[in-house]
Design a protein around this ligand. Sequence first.
Ligand SMILES: NC(=O)c1ccc[n+]([C@@H]2O[C@H](COP(=O)([O-])OP(=O)(O)OC[C@H]3O[C@@H](n4cnc5c(N)ncnc54)[C@H](O)[C@@H]3O)[C@@H](O)[C@H]2O)c1
Length: 274
Amino acid sequence: MNVLDSFRLDGQVVVITGGGGLLGPVHGLAVAEAGGVPVLWDISLSAAEAAADEVRRATGTACEAQCVDITSQQQVEGALAALLARLGRVDGLVNNAARNPQVGSAQPAWSRLENYPLDAWEADLAVGLTGAMLCSRVLGEAMAARGGGVIVNISSDLGVIAPDQRLYRQPGLPEDQQPAKPVSYSVVKHGLIGLTKYLATYYADRGVRANALAPGGVEAGQPEEFLQRITSLIPLGRMARRDEYKAAVVFLLSQASAYMTGSVICIDGGRTCW
Ligand SMILES: NC(=O)c1ccc[n+]([C@@H]2O[C@H](COP(=O)([O-])OP(=O)(O)OC[C@H]3O[C@@H](n4cnc5c(N)ncnc54)[C@H](O)[C@@H]3O)[C@@H](O)[C@H]2O)c1
């Protein structure tokens, strides 16, 4: 097969969880531009619908939106049944949904390890890990039953390294009041890499591949001081643009990565090698 043809996703149906967020619509664009049919799942129907509109307008191709709480196996099964009734197949899953608690607030110390609320920890794990596991087993079985498919887990550079808590410091606050990147983010993002390896070996003989993408931070209007601090930790000297993960998502979803399973691709401007 011609190498560029091996990246095509013609006719393939790919579910993207968290499809209404910052990166979900761009993963959808990538799938549509490669000829596939993205299906955007989000707990917010309005966000998923706006994202699907964006993809349809940009590509002129089909893109669907569904309201799904991925922490509910019943909702995941129901959404898959509705999708199969309309589109007849599912070929790929991008586990992209997350809760991203904002660091820094009126009470910055809330995100510190010793203070992090147990209900926030449980909600973060429910979306980031339980949701990814539920979607993987429900869609994984459907894909295996059809002879194969692909799962892509969206981890993070913080799935490979620890957060540098100096990035989040606020001047003038005592040590015990300084904000911190929540512990749940590290655990979810490292956990997704563990889930990737589990799924890769579990499904290997049934044709379902699983890999992880570990993206670095995307520039999205962060304060100048934060930008200066984080870019000093990135060899390429800048945060990512929103569209810089599209090629990797298509590579991982397509035949171009046919001999790859259980692996992690870091695309982070070099941050994890420094
Ligand atoms: N943005 C970045 O800089 C960056 C960097 C590295 C990794 N990532 C990872 O990429 C992924 C996407 O990031 P993003 O910036 O687009 O996040 P985002 O917060 O903008 O989007 C996440 C989406 O998930 C949805 N969601 C939350 N709970 C859900 C549930 N129970 N069921 C279904 N949907 C639910 C939210 O409604 C939201 O639309 C995340 O996994 C994130 O950790 C992001």
